[in-house]
Design a protein around this ligand. Structure first.
Ligand code: 0RA
Length: 647
């Protein structure tokens, strides 16, 4: 046994131990304060928290590989080949470093010498929080030729740190089982974890991160390792979109204020796909680093065009929007003491970073453009096209404004509005097809539920410029019904309903329409998704009637279960049952639609959220871009993207 000087001989708790128990109790009492939520999202954050520590070790240059395993019982193991969490007894705390890390909130700073610690957001709360919220947690450290082990339950140590004998190499292994008393969801999504780990691997060039899922008979495994780092990330994000220039602009720069890494490339599309990270955390809300980047892009590209006489007389220079159209860009900065601000604490506040990024991008981009004149010319050409289209669009928009089309006031004729007007109380169903729209209008509670039927396949906004988008009738109806404008003019506080529910048929066409709608919200009203206002209705797949009694099944499994119950366990013999497969919403009468899909007391809604905007970008791009084949493949397996967007 290792020596544990803090243990009093009679087994009473020392003052330090009482502090520890108080800390753990606080975490278990208010888990949401520490990990954001106790739903699937919070559950997955436990894994990110543990992996973040290994990635920190990699950033410090001491770890090259991380293995994550989802075990059959939904416990998780994270193994790294870093230096191992220190095991020596802390001089003032009187406990081994590893025990401190696992039991004291924010203990990291007490012994962690790594330079760039994540802080703020949901990450960086420390592995002690994971420990407190786990039924059990085991840690194994290989260090200085020995193997050390300790086990905890709900954060409380079951024994002292134990020396298990000689070991080779160094590293840390942490295994834990999330506590089902704390979490409302305890099943891990392979896709969700996998997407985040891939992002981590892109952001940390050369770092190998593997994930294995042992829950299936055939274990699933992915290995992520990118020697090209962000440059490879940009290639991945661009996906099927056609490049304007073949070479990716990439640089790394070290400034006193920040380490800066950037990769970018233009494509022939119209959307902007910029993703920014600070210490590996996605800064969804932007901040000073993004401001610096934007300023540098606009300035350097205009300077380059002017210097090389690439503008015509009629051109009035390029705006920020012009130089970002069709741009895929990833900016990753490392900052010693990041200040995270904003609603979701994902906006960088450090003012000194702005100038550092702006200066570095100005300098490096100017050099790259001079060395790659073909790319330079193509970029100016692309930006000029954007500028000209934008001028045309502005005219179209002014016209639309004059007609009062987008400014609220005149609501679309097809909208059946509700009588309440407080957005906090109201919801709107966007329904596929006029016939289902009719049933929904009859079945709804008109006091708080509005219905907007839309015709089949709406315009694919991924492949259209803004002037075309604004002249599309279905899209205009949605913009006016929601009342909050679009893109840069979007104002969340003006949204007329705080629940926007997409209701489509449970078939391939329905999935396609749902994707078109999600693409539209993602590109034109992303704040709606970020605010958690977008939902997907879950209509039943089957109606199972027995005599006068009727039951609904929302999945194949549920159907099997219900049939079994109604046939007293026989299952095969379905005589006496009337099983109806719903092909579309239109087959349900208004009462059925209300009971199964619209009544807040009995319906299920899936909330659409964005865990990784970058991943969503890549998915929408593959799904909705120019190439037909990947879209077809993707829609065939379409369950995946909803899962990715759902957590
Ligand atoms: C602080 C100091 C040292 C290592 C670590 C923390 C460390 C923590 C974790 C958590 C998961 N894996 C980890 N790997 C390392 C090392 C101090 C030294 O050796 O000088």
């Amino acid at each position: 046994m290792a020596e544990t000087p803090n243990d009093s001989p009679n087994g009473d708790y020392g003052a330090g131990q009482i502090q520890v128990l108080k800390g753990l109790e606080a975490v278990r009492k208010r888990p949401g304060m520490y990990i954001g939520s106790t739903s699937a999202r919070g559950l997955h954050h436990l894994v990110y928290e543990v992996v973040d520590n290994s990635v920190d070790e990699a950033m410090a240059g001491h770890c090259s590989t991380i293995d994550v395993t989802i075990h059959e019982d939904n416990s998780i193991t994270v193994v790294d080949d870093g230096r191992g969490i220190p095991v020596d007894v802390h001089p003032t705390e009187g406990l081994p470093g590893v025990e401190l890390a696992l039991t004291v909130l924010h203990a990291g700073g007490k012994f962690d010498k790594s330079n760039y610690k994540v802080s703020g957001g949901l990450h960086g709360v420390g592995v002690s929080v994971v420990n407190a919220l786990s039924t059990w947690l085991e840690v194994e450290v290989h260090r200085d030729g020995r193997r050390w082990h300790q086990r905890f339950q709900k954060g409380i140590k079951q024994k002292e740190l134990e020396d298990m004998g000689p070991a080779e190499g160094s590293g840390t292994r942490i295994s834990f089982l999330p506590d089902a008393e704390i979490f409302t969801e305890t099943i891990f999504s392979f896709d969700t974890l996998s997407a985040r780990l891939r992002e981590m691997a892109f952001l940390n060039r050369g770092l190998r991160i593997a994930i294995t899922d042992e829950r299936d008979e055939e274990p699933a495994e992915e290995v992520y390792q990118y020697e090209g780092g962000l440059a490879e990330y940009v290639g991945y994000l661009r996906g099927e979109r056609q490049a304007v220039h073949p070479e990716i602009f990439y640089f790394e720069a070290e400034r006193p204020e920040a380490e800066i890494e950037l990769a970018m490339q233009y494509d022939t599309g119209f959307s902007e796909n910029t993703h920014t990270f600070v210490n590996n955390i996605n800064t969804h809300e932007g901040g000073t680093h993004l401001t610096g980047l934007k300023a540098a892009l606009t300035r350097t590209i205009n300077d380059y065009g002017r210097k090389n006489n690439l503008f015509k007389k009629a051109d009035n220079g390029l705006s920020g929007d012009d130089v970002r159209e069709g741009l895929t860009c990833v900016l990753s900065v490392r900052v010693m003491e990041p200040q995270f601000e904003g609603q979701t604490k994902t906006k960088l506040g450090n003012s000194e970073v702005r100038g550092a990024v702006e200066g570095a991008v100005n300098e490096q981009l100017a050099i790259w453009l001079d060395e790659n004149p073909k790319a330079g010319k193509a970029i100016i050409e692309k930006s000029l096209q954007a500028a000209r289209a934008r001028q045309a669009a502005r005219k179209a928009r002014d016209l639309a404004r004059k007609k009062n089309a987008l400014e609220g006031g005149v609501l679309p004729g097809k909208l059946a509005d509700c009588s309440l007007s407080d957005p906090a109380l109201t919801e709107i169903y966007i329904v596929e097809g006029d016939s289902a729209g009719g049933s929904a209008k009859q079945g709804r509670d008109r006091s708080f539920q509005a219905i907007l039927p839309i015709k089949g396949k709406i315009l694919n906004v991924e492949r259209a410029r803004i002037d075309k988008i604004l002249s599309n009738i279905e899209i205009r109806a949605m913009i006016t019904a929601l009342g909050a404008g679009i893109r840069d003019d979007f104002d969340l506080t003006k949204t007329r309903y705080n629940k926007i529910i997409i209701m489509t048929d449970a078939d391939v066409d329905g999935a396609h329409i749902r994707t078109l709608l999600l693409t539209f919200f993602f590109r034109q009203m992303r704040e709606l998704i970020e605010a958690g206002y977008i939902y997907i209705a879950q209509p039943p797949l089957y109606r199972i009637g027995k005599g006068k009694q009727e039951t609904y099944a929302y999945s194949e499994d549920q159907r099997t279960e219900i049939v079994k119950r109604l046939t007293n366990g026989k299952g095969e013999d379905t005589r006496g049952l009337n099983i109806q497969r719903y092909k579309g919403l239109g087959e349900m009468n208004p009462d059925q639609l209300w009971n199964t899909t619209m009544d807040p007391d009995s319906r299920t809604l899936l909330q659409v959220t964005l865990d990784s905007a970058a991943e969503a970008d890549a998915i929408f791009n593959r799904l909705m871009g120019d190439e037909v084949e990947p879209r077809r493949r993707f829609i065939e397996k379409n369950a995946r993207y909803v899962r990715n967007l759902d957590i």
